[in-house]
Ligand binder design. Structure first.
Ligand SMILES: *Cc1c(COP(=O)(O)O)cnc(C)c1O
Length: 436
């Protein structure tokens, strides 16, 4: 299709050239470079509500939401105010502050499976620490993960990982010695019988199963009925720990995350993204019996200079309080996202473009694939070139989707029905052009 090419990107291109001299690929996280979809990555200078503006003054409706954290939209007033107020009293102390307990109580209220938690500064740290703890608690070495699930960039988990790893077509990563991943088993998502097989093969040696209870990092892939319960059953039977990586799904698919939505209780939970309200926060937690194994009470070492940072705690607390006091927001998000996702899928159908729409609450993906997408193998059949076209053309129309087929998109509470209509109109136009 011919892009309308009304969007000027001169300033962004200059900034990209400057950034490329300073950072590998011009970015501080790979997927931001837009390599998977082509086109120039706009440099963002401002966000407000559902909208972002780039350095050339172009306006976008944003469906990335900082990759998940911004469930209240950009610069939500109560979050901004909380950060500003906290900042005036000092940004960091390296000593305990009351705010850490405030945020911890807000998290525990939503996640009854956790009795105690530990704050860290990223999702990567949360999953890395949770696995260390699971190995310590069980005295076992092996970890089961699932193909297409991303748990951050810690060495042992960069095996058949989704997200940027999938986007770039890298099987794992250079620089990770084979020996570092020899205790990691990557199994296909939604295939419970394979997990059963692995437990039989490595009887008494598997420390834990870590899973995205709804996958966001190969695009949105919901759990098959009974998959999560199956994992719960097998891990309990084999005395292994079940870790739900809810860095993306926590406070997103429901206030209490996927464990509330599906009613399956893990042993350990990892969180991030929304609990930091746009600032860097991660957390891992579970029963006190396990968490008390962490230093200084127990032998599992884990620490962080900026862990529990006052500004991050303030941003997270303002976000969680807003969500807690407006629980009806989840129903609204679910209905609005259903409207958006279904209308765009209909438009694709009418244009003769094969699209499979996956959605759980306000996280979703339009896979350019004709068959159901239930695991990595089916996700990988998507027409990524066609997705790239769709992405570039939508960006021209002022609609910003994640720049990869294998990343979930998000709706925020700040998106209006007008935003959704505008998006559907743009998508119809783009899909009709693609389908020709
Ligand atoms: C984003 C994400 C991570 C990694 O979090 P970072 O803060 O980027 O380190 C881990 N697990 C899941 C499920 C995620 O979505």
């Amino acid at each position: 299709m011919q892009p309308t090419a009304t969007r000027k990107l001169d300033r962004s291109r200059q900034l990209q050239q400057r950034a490329e001299k300073l950072f590998p690929g011009g970015v501080n996280s790979p997927v931001r470079a837009f390599r998977a979809v082509g086109g120039d990555p706009p440099f963002v200078v401002k966000g407000r509500g559902s909208r972002m503006w780039d350095a050339d003054g172009n306006e976008y409706i944003d469906y990335v939401g900082s990759w998940g954290p911004l469930i209240l939209g950009h610069a939500a007033p109560d979050v901004v105010e909380a950060i500003e107020r906290a900042n005036r009293d000092g940004a960091s102390f390296g000593a305990s502050t009351p705010r850490e307990a405030d945020l911890a109580e807000a998290v525990l209220e939503a996640f009854p499976a956790m009795e105690k938690l530990r704050f860290v500064s990223s999702g990567t740290e949360a999953t890395m620490s949770a696995i260390r703890l699971a190995r310590a608690v069980t005295g076992r070495k092996y970890v089961i993960k699932f193909e297409g699930c991303y748990h951050g960039h810690t060495d042992a988990l960069l095996v058949k990982a989704g997200s940027g790893v999938a986007t770039l077509g890298i099987p794992g990563s250079a620089g990770v010695p084979e020996e570092f991943v020899q205790f990691t088993l990557a199994l296909p998502y939604n295939h419970i019988e394979r997990v059963d097989d692995a437990f039989k093969r490595l009887k008494g040696e598997i420390a834990c199963v870590i899973v995205e209870p709804v996958v966001g990092n190969m695009g949105c892939v919901p759990p098959a009925p009974q998959f999560l319960d199956g994992l719960r059953y097998l891990t309990s039977r084999e005395d292994a720990l079940l870790i739900f990586d809810e860095v993306m799904t926590g406070f997103r698919v429901a206030f209490g995350g996927a464990q509330e939505l599906y009613g399956t209780r893990p042993d350990l939970t990892t969180l991030g993204k929304i609990i930091g309200g746009g600032l860097p926060v991660g957390a891992y937690g579970g029963p006190a019996e396990y968490m008390d194994q962490v230093a200084p009470l127990g032998p599992v070492y884990q620490a962080g200079t900026l862990s529990g940072n006052p500004l991050a705690m303030a941003a997270g607390l303002a976000t969680l309080r807003h969500l807690r006091d407006n629980r009806e927001l989840y129903g609204r998000l679910d209905r609005a996202a259903a409207t958006l996702v279904d209308m765009v899928a209909d438009a694709a159908h009418q244009a003769g473009v094969a699209v499979t729409a996956n959605r759980v609450g306000s996280m979703f993906t339009w896979f350019f694939a004709g068959e159901p997408v239930t695991d990595w193998d089916s996700a990988a059949k998507s027409d990524t070139a066609l997705f790239g076209k769709f992405h570039r053309a939508l960006l021209e129309e002022g609609i910003w989707l994640p720049p990869s087929q294998f990343e979930a998109a998000f709706l925020s509470a700040a998106h209006s029905m007008d935003d959704i209509s505008q998006t559907v109109v743009a998508a119809r136009k783009v899909l009709a052009a693609i389908g020709r």
